[in-house]
Design a binder for this molecule. Sequence first.
Ligand code: BTN
Length: 326
Amino acid sequence: MSDLQNQILDILKDGNFHSGGSLGEQLGVSRTAIWKQLQKLEDMGLPVESVKGTGYRLANGLELLAKTSIVKHLCNAKAQIPRRIEILKSVDSTNKYLHEQTDADYSKAVVFAERQTSGRGRRGKAWVSPFAANIYMSILWDFEQGAQALEGLSLGVGVAVRRALVELGIGNVGLKWPNDIYIGDKKLGGILLEMIGDPAGQCSVIVGVGINVAMPSKNTVDIDQPWTDLNSESAMPVSRNKLAANLTDHIFQLLDSFEVIGFGHYRDEWQDADAFKGRQGTIQTPRDAISGTIVGVDNRGAVQLRLPNGEVQSFIGGELSLRLAK
Ligand code: BTN
């Protein structure tokens, strides 16, 4: 993002109208230069409103992520504090960014981005990531005992994310296997874990979390399932900095002890939050579709379906997906 774009945002963040002329005067450039930059900001996903004869505004103001604000909101007593906090204005994907860091300093780092140009979802899907609208974050964590001790980790992260949201007063937050965050029957957020290193020994995990906070309507055409955002679900606007800090606190707390206590410790809480428990669902494997009643999850984080013959079968694997039966 250019200096001029940053300066324009700094003025528009108050949510009031500013004319092209006054913006140009304050920043020492022409109206046309201002107009061009506003177009670019709009293309990045910012909901710039323009009213002829009055000017431009960001109707809901703008809260950019700020390290000082996130640090202020972190609850030091709760868990380890991140070794490093980075806020990127724009990146392809925060998960990919952490993948590319070879420096040991990035162990226990948390990276946030205002925008992702190639946000990654599960099973090769894209994650819609417009500028300054939502939370896109990734954490890098080193583990000693290999993949087996990490069974159920992605479901555990779901529990941590839910705790962070509940602490902010968001009601009715549910979890959908394996690691979607739901409100009612709509998806609010998702989690993408990626492993680096030796699955039999020392490995690192990148924990990526995306939470919809104020999704601009123009971006919603790219979302291929029922979705929601926090601003539609909460009476008060949610501070992205506070949410960023809460998520960091709770996910760090989980990662800090997961190898020792495992998913079994979180299983009951996960099942209590299961948005689809008792409903008819279908597990889609690369070859098959198996339908049954959604029963819950086991200690490894596998989802359990009661099949029409009464048998309970468990399913686990990154390539699987669970859908509600129509
Ligand atoms: C899903 O498909 O539900 C998982 C979505 C995960 C999105 C987050 S946003 C931050 C991090 N960086 C990415 O590229 N993806 C994850």
